[in-house]
Design a protein around this ligand. Structure first.
Ligand code: HEC
Length: 101
């Protein structure tokens, strides 16, 4: 019984890790921003893999709060609102690492 419980906990921990992994989180962004964040999303955004982590983090928080964005910010508000603080930090760290790939 104890073993089963431990196994269940291990699986749960692995899932939690996967969900908060930069590569996994970025999958929901790649459709518009490109697999390596190298595209102008929908032809309108800036290329974000050249942005520094801090700038990405404040942009995402800004979209969430409605204090940042251009003509198409409504699209990003929807995206950013699904992310928690920790996930935003993970993405902000991960996106600049995509630049040289
Ligand atoms: C449906 C398409 C779409 C998806 C999915 C999407 N974005 Fe965007 N993103 C855009 C568009 C369009 C803009 C420009 C919005 C504006 O006018 O401010 C943008 C802007 C941004 C910006 C600021 C760039 C700028 O030009 O100011 C960041 C940072 C960003 N997105 C990150 C993300 C992240 C991280 C995800 C995944 C969680 C994501 N986006 C998912 C379409 C998308």
């Amino acid at each position: 019984m104890k073993k089963v419980l431990l196994a269940a906990l291990a699986v749960f921990a692995l899932n939690a890790m996967a969900a908060d992994n930069g590569a996994t989180l970025f999958k929901q962004c790649a459709g518009c921003h490109g697999a390596n964040a190298q595209k102008k999303a929908l032809g309108r955004s800036e290329v974000i893999n050249t942005w520094k982590s801090g700038k990405i983090e404040s942009a995402l928080n800004g979209y969430k709060a409605g204090t940042f964005g251009g003509a198409m910010k409504g699209i990003m508000k929807g995206q950013a609102s699904r992310l928690n603080e920790k996930q935003i930090k993970i993405l902000a760290k991960y996106i600049p690492t995509l630049k040289k790939k």
